[in-house]
Design a protein around this ligand. Sequence first.
Ligand code: ADP
Ligand code: MG
Length: 706
Amino acid sequence: MAEKDRPKAHIPKGRPEILFPLFASLDALDGVGPKTAKSYAGIGVETPKDLILTLPVGGLDRTRRESIRDVPLPGMATVEVTVGAHLKPKGRGPYRIDVEDAKTAFQLVFFHARGDYLDRTLPTGSRRVVSGKVELYDGIAQMAHPDHMLPPEEAASIPPFEPVYPLAQGLTQKGVHKAVTSALDRVEILGEWIDLDLVRERDWPAWSDALQAAHRPKGAADLSRAHPARERLAYDELFAHQLTLSLARAHRRRKPGLVSKGDGALRDKVLKTLPYKPTGAQIRAVEEIAEDMAQPHRMNRLLQGDVGSGKTLVALMALLIAVEAGGQGVMMAPTSILAGQHHLNLKPLADEAGIVCEILTGADKGPERRAKLAALAKGDIHILVGTHAVFQNDVTFHDLRLAIVDEQHRFGVRERVRLSQKGAAADILVMTATPIPRTLSLAQYGDMDLSVLDEKPPGRTPVKTALISTARLDEVVDRLRTALAEGRQVYWVCPLVEESEVYDATAAEERFKMLRAALGDDAVALVHGQMPSAQKNAIMAAFKAGDTRVLVATTVIEVGVDVPNASIMVIEQAEIFGLSQLHQLRGRVGRGAAESTCLLLYRAPMGETATRRLQVMRETEDGFRIAEEDLAIRGAGDLIGTAQSGLPRFRIADLEGQAALMALAQTDARTLLARDPELEGARGQSARVLLWLMEQDKAIRLLDVG
Ligand code: ADP
Ligand code: MG
């Protein structure tokens, strides 16, 4: 069927015509029929465009040799031979043909040979160039089913280095090669979308040349991701992604926001009462936030800081800016325990500043709740701390200027939207204690602005971390007995054995009974996700007050409560936890003056990966380093769960290894949009084509609605 006769189904409006051939149906390519076209789905290919962006994963060296003796066996050899005798199979054996190259004799071997095909293609006495894998079998060198068998005058068609593509059921290398060649014929020369200085500096080929080069490697070095052609194609993906995020960011920033400028009076008051000085990182973060809040657009900023990095102070300073500007601020936490904790921390400081800080959770009912809501609507409450309860319809603010959301990962997008409805133009600050490797935060939060607390307050005593086999559980319990006698407090975390909370609760229940028997009934408490929240709160409060000494918990429970006297963290079956989870849990201790200990209990024998992970925990307390190691061990997709994280799947770019390239793409994208917000200039137009090419149609729509 000719191209023009094909039904042009579902061509999205606006797609540039120059790209049509690349979005045609796959069976328009040589060697692809309707049936094979379906097989390509197995390698994620639905259009010629997908195919050209599917690069070889390896290559075969088919350099012509004099003899198979010139290559180490088993190995790939391409040699010219004289065909000798055909040894037809007796019974069920293979068909063998003696051949001789310049130095030695060997055999070509064929299983299930049919008819006279071999007689015709390899007549005795003829010269042939054969290429394939040579192996020793019973001491005889043999090449089974050569990939190529051609008369010498036709042998030039054998590529000296042959790319190898990923395959799926129903696909062959030969078929894919043919299809790729035909898809590459559809590639047009497109205008450059990358900054020209960058292209020159990196020595990157133009897009179409890069594709040709990447699909026609001349040697193993050309397959490296550092090769300019491959690097450029990876950059294209990252740039398209960052351009989409930057467009979303720019789109949001165009919406009017509130200008919140404070005179600093409240902040000064609070800082004067603090027994410490803010760290450099805290000062920097507050400055970034203040500058953003003073702009007439909505802030959408992520505050990233490891546990204990002092995010609370930064949050408070931001809230005070809102209040100084005559407005209100709200801070939301994922659980009522955490909300209570924030309130407890913020209230005394708010008191010092002479402003009102209140808490609102699901526990507020009746007249008390009504009174709070009235005060909030009048503007008599300046800072509200709460849970999801602040989203309820009857909650109205007098002048909401800033919303802080603690822990991005537990807050849905819908909640954030509803929150912003409470204050139509309120600035948003998201806080996360999960250190994310830079490359991932760029990929995931590239539409936000980022402040990082990369410096910890001074004076923290490092946590001693030890790995102990569960076989030595008795010793651990003995150590706890001594520690309790010294007045210390202990967290004991039971693992998430199954995706079932009930099951975990049972496991924790058993540990609880055992520890009670060993350490005394009054000393040990249990908290897990199956309990009603009032009960959970009471148990946490008793632990915080020191009434109970050992808190057995499952991970579903938020252990985010600050208990400075708790200085021992025991984590059972630590080998099955993720690194960042271990890091979060360990961060619960080491908050007080006492030296703290983290005991990672594991079940022997441990696999290599688990061992490496736990060793990382022993070596460092730096959350960012731990996150980088986690990424290296597990890979990007695994780390956050690609689907739910909204992390894009890149075909060529590699999130683990190309962090710097990702950062560059973000800068480049933001710079381009700053100069050409509508993407109307020459480069802007090319960038639009890139977005279409990468199927970022949504981003284009953002542009067109303005
Ligand atoms: P995060 O919320 O980031 O985990 P917090 O805000 O809870 O950390 O701070 C952890 C502890 O460090 C708190 O006890 C806090 O009072 C203290 N802290 C915060 N900033 C500083 C600082 N600049 N110097 C000393 N201690 C600080
Ligand atoms: Mg905190």
